[in-house]
Design a protein around this ligand. Structure first.
Ligand SMILES: Cc1cc2nc3c(=O)[nH]c(=O)nc-3n(C[C@H](O)[C@H](O)[C@H](O)COP(=O)(O)OP(=O)(O)OC[C@H]3O[C@@H](n4cnc5c(N)ncnc54)[C@H](O)[C@@H]3O)c2cc1C
Length: 451
């Protein structure tokens, strides 16, 4: 795999320099409100747990506090996993929501370990019941199983060993989280506890417990039927190891903004697992859309041979908030390899009335690898403020910050940088720009990998 083949692994909101418009600052603040909200709810559960049981001693109160925070953290991981579209703006997109989901899961694991270590002991203060004992034991079993699953999720790439747990195995193990969480909720609900305490904590935990279980049921059984839209494959064309698949809606059309992505599956071809792909075309009146899929792994390499025109496929979405219209008057769009897809949709959507000055730089290994050249040429012909350039690294060497500065028709320090591509390319360019005093006003980048 060349370094240009895989898009950025992490990122999001880049450096924001002073002089940023207030609307942008407000947007950034909004993106932070989601993470702050979920963290506050965990802290609130912890505080409520501590104060409710403070009279039983600090150990008992602390044990309850971390257990309560763990339940709320776990419930919220399940709620975020349901991909609630309404919450996307609070996180700045689904990719960042998944990042928060991951950190919540890790926090839940740490809190659960602490809960087990400081296990509150109410044996002398409460009358034990059979159901309470069952809840105690069930909690123990679920706790250990959850730890294993969360650890698998966390260590997808095994530390110190160049071995990655296959995505499918990881995804499969993830499915059981909800069942185990339901057992934890059962534990929390029925375990023998002192009864003469303020019920606020119980109300909070029961609410989150129920919400988490409902979210899991929705994710696993309801959403797959509700959210998927039927399409048929209307065109397939290959360009090296990238396949452009055009899909036409059957029935309900999908509305999306250029730069958004969707989950695609083709069960009739034996590809039932949904995979995320950016919609590489602008919205069209007939609702057709194009995905450009690069063969990067088992699924994406085998798919093109199995697809046929006329075949029924399913699309779920759209998701994401990668939108150049939120940016300023001067923009650099920088793409690495298949990271060109959101820019193709943007370029196709550009009209002659677009007032922003935009320069797109697409890094590929060889010129033959470049996809969407006609789309970019047409956009440049339509709008003189849009220009683009191909950098073939096998011939010209790697793109450097110095070269990028020379290519841009404006000073980069006065422009916004939109990036989609390998993390190494982004980091190298940003470092170089900083050293040259050309740090862009804003840097936005798209995740092509969740978490
Ligand atoms: C928001 C987003 C937009 C994307 N847009 C494009 C695009 O326009 N064109 C393109 O070619 N690729 C795109 N990708 C990448 C594409 O989804 C992966 O290359 C593809 O899923 C890899 O699957 P595989 O089994 O062939 O490869 P593998 O080698 O099995 O997987 C490679 C990596 O892809 C990720 N992945 C695998 N399966 C899934 C899945 N079912 N759901 C989510 N992630 C998975 C995992 O992180 C895994 O480590 C995008 C990814 C994301 C997250």
């Amino acid at each position: 795999m060349t370094d240009l083949a895989l898009p950025a692994r992490n990122g999001g909101l880049g450096p924001v320099r002073s002089g940023v418009p207030w609307t942008t600052a407000l947007g950034n603040l909004l993106n932070l409100s989601g993470p702050l909200l979920v963290a506050s709810l965990c802290v609130l559960a912890g505080l409520l747990g501590f104060t409710t049981y403070a009279s039983y001693g600090s150990d008992a109160a602390l044990g309850i506090a971390v257990g309560a925070a763990a339940v709320v953290a776990m419930a919220q991981t399940l709620i975020l996993a349901a991909r609630p579209r309404l919450l996307e703006p609070l996180f700045g997109g689904l990719d960042r929501m998944y990042r928060v989901h991951m950190w919540l899961g890790i926090s839940a694991m740490v809190l659960m370990i602490l809960h087990q270590q400081i296990e509150p002991d109410f044996e002398r203060t409460v009358r034990e019941t059979g159901l309470g004992e069952l809840a105690e034991e069930a909690g123990e079993v679920a706790f250990n199983a959850l730890l294993v699953l969360i650890a698998i999720s966390w260590f997808r790439r095994l530390p110190f060993i160049p071995l990655e747990i296959p995505y499918q195995l990881w995804r499969f193990s993830h499915r059981f989280m909800g069942v185990l969480f339901a057992i934890i909720v059962f534990h929390q609900f029925f375990v023998d506890m002192p009864t003469r305490v303020d019920p606020s904590l119980s109300v909070m935990l029961n609410t989150f417990g129920l919400a988490g279980v409902i979210a899991w049921v929705y994710t696993e059984f309801v959403a797959p039927r509700l959210r998927r839209r039927e399409f048929t494959v209307s065109d397939i064309s290959r360009h090296g190891d990238t396949t452009a698949v055009t899909l036409s809606p059957k029935g309900r059309t999908m509305r999306w903004r250029p730069g958004q992505f969707a989950f695609f599956r083709a069960p009739d071809a034996g590809f039932s697992e949904p995979h995320p792909f950016t919609i590489a075309s602008a919205p069209r009146p007939d609702g057709a859309l194009t995905l450009s899929i690069k063969g990067l792994g088992g699924w994406t390499r085998r798919l093109p041979d199995a697809l046929r025109t006329g075949m029924r496929v399913q699309v779920e979405g759209p998701y994401g908030r990668f939108d150049f219209r939120k940016g300023g008057a001067r923009q650099i769009w920088l793409a690495g390899g298949i990271g060109i897809t959101p820019f193709l949709a943007w370029a196709e959507s550009l009209t002659e009335t677009e007032r922003r000055t935009i320069h797109l730089v697409h890094c590929v290994r060889t010129p033959e690898e470049a996809i969407g050249v006609e789309t970019l040429q047409a956009a440049a012909a339509r709008n003189p403020r849009f220009s683009y350039q191909l950098v073939a690294t096998a011939r010209e060497g790697r793109l450097t910050a110095e070269r990028l500065t020379e290519m841009a028709p404006f000073a980069l320090r006065d422009a916004d940088l939109w990036f989609c591509g390998p993390k190494g390319l982004k980091d190298g360019i940003l470092e170089g720009l900083k050293a040259r005093g050309q740090t862009p006003r804003r840097v936005r980048f798209e995740h092509f990998e969740f978490a």
